[in-house]
Ligand binder design. Structure first.
Ligand SMILES: *Cc1c(COP(=O)(O)O)cnc(C)c1O
Length: 360
């Protein structure tokens, strides 16, 4: 098969045009006779790549000047630690909004550093909804409020930004960053592992308001101090250079597509079409409250789980791959990040209709 549509949750599909460009530049970047992978991170070629990527990300997300953009390693999971280490600033309490599996991990790590107040949770609803903010028990003295705008496993997404007053709002945007415009000024910290909507695994992007930098918890590793990276343009040590370069190509691709407004309209269309297919059938089901269904990760079940293996096998024959749901949820999950073309979603919808006709 020459081409497949890859619905993996992460590492995930990358734009075909970007992969082709990276291939073309692989062994000789812009006449340098070097691969980006071989370049000194302090050389002028790589510096130009790094600066362009940051400038393009700032433009796409409209990041205000009082925010630093950090290009780090360690994944979103390291941010579960770096957030308390940097944001507690002498405080001993933090609020967490718990809407799924990734929030649970962030909470567990937060507890190693402070008293975690789970200000709202949808555990009782099996993480199929977002608790109404009128019932949240936010603490005005908390050092920060952490939430997960898009829960990648459960497929639950906030389509609004929580109002937490003056307390810094922290968002794990790993699986939703760049999928739509957001008001960065509402946040203290935004972080994301790259492997969903930005580029290859190994790069982690952190956007942090500059007044929150520089008062880390004592005795922690220097690499976990935002100031270490902010004061050195993310080059305190060797950054993930190829991932940073590749992310830059993805940012250029997004700009060419018309930026985040344009991609958000496409994402909304893709998700709506897929949810409509699920809701209109008596065969497929998605358990998530329609108000908080994810645009990026669409879990669904078949009426008869005995058919799961057949569905996956037949889908694969049609070039629709990596649709198996997370082991904790079962069923299927279609991750339809920015790089998933509308034709890919249309092909999945066609296949689902055919499959239901034959087996439903
Ligand atoms: C994938 C994911 C993570 C984990 O990211 P790593 O880079 O593997 O640490 C954390 N949070 C969310 C929301 C994710 O989707």
């Amino acid at each position: 098969m020459s081409k497949v549509y890859n619905f993996s949750a992460g590492p995930a599909v990358l734009p075909a045009e970007v992969l082709e460009r990276a291939r073309d530049e692989l062994v000789d970047w812009h006449g340098s006779h070097m691969s980006v992978m071989e370049m000194s991170h302090r050389g002028k070629e790589f510096m130009s790549i790094a600066e362009k990527a940051e400038a393009d990300l700032r433009e796409l997300m409209k990041i205000p000047d009082n925010y630093k953009v950090l290009f780090l390693q360690g994944g979103a999971s390291s941010q579960f630690s770096m957030v308390p280490i940097n944001l507690l600033r002498g405080n001993s309490k933090a609020d967490y909004i718990w809407t799924g599996a990734w929030g649970k991990k962030a909470i567990a790590e937060g507890k190693r550093y402070c008293d975690v107040n789970v200000a709202a949770s949808s555990e009782a609803e099996k993480f199929t909804t977002i608790p109404d903010p009128s019932g949240w028990s936010l603490d005005a003295d908390a050092a920060y409020v952490h939430y997960t705008p898009n829960e990648t496993i459960g497929g639950v997404e906030f389509h609004w930004i929580p109002d937490v007053g003056d307390v810094p709002l922290v968002a794990d945007m790993s699986s939703t960053i760049l999928s739509r415009p957001i008001d960065v000024s509402k946040y203290g910290v935004i972080y994301a592992g790259a492997q969903k909507n930005i580029g290859p695994a190994g790069l982690t992007v952190v956007v942090v308001r500059d007044d929150l930098i520089g008062q880390p918890v004592d005795g922690q590793p220097v690499m976990f101090d935002y100031a270490t990276h902010a004061n050195n343009d993310s080059m305190y040590n060797t950054p993930p250079t190829y991932g940073w370069y590749f992310a830059g190509l993805v940012f250029e691709w997004l700009k060419d597509k018309g930026g985040l407004e344009a991609i958000s309209m496409i994402n909304h269309r893709k998700a709506s079409a897929l949810y409509k297919t699920i809701d209109d059938s008596g065969f497929y089901a998605n358990p998530v409250d329609p108000d908080c269904r994810s645009w990026m990760n669409v879990p669904f079940t078949l009426a008869d789980p005995e058919l799961d293996a057949t569905f996956l096998e037949e889908a694969k024959q049609e070039g629709l791959v990596t649709l198996k749901g997370h082991r904790s949820v079962g069923g299927m999950r279609a991750s339809i990040y920015n790089a998933m073309p509308e034709e890919g979603v249309a092909a999945l919808i066609d296949f689902m209709g055919e499959f239901e006709k034959r087996h439903g």
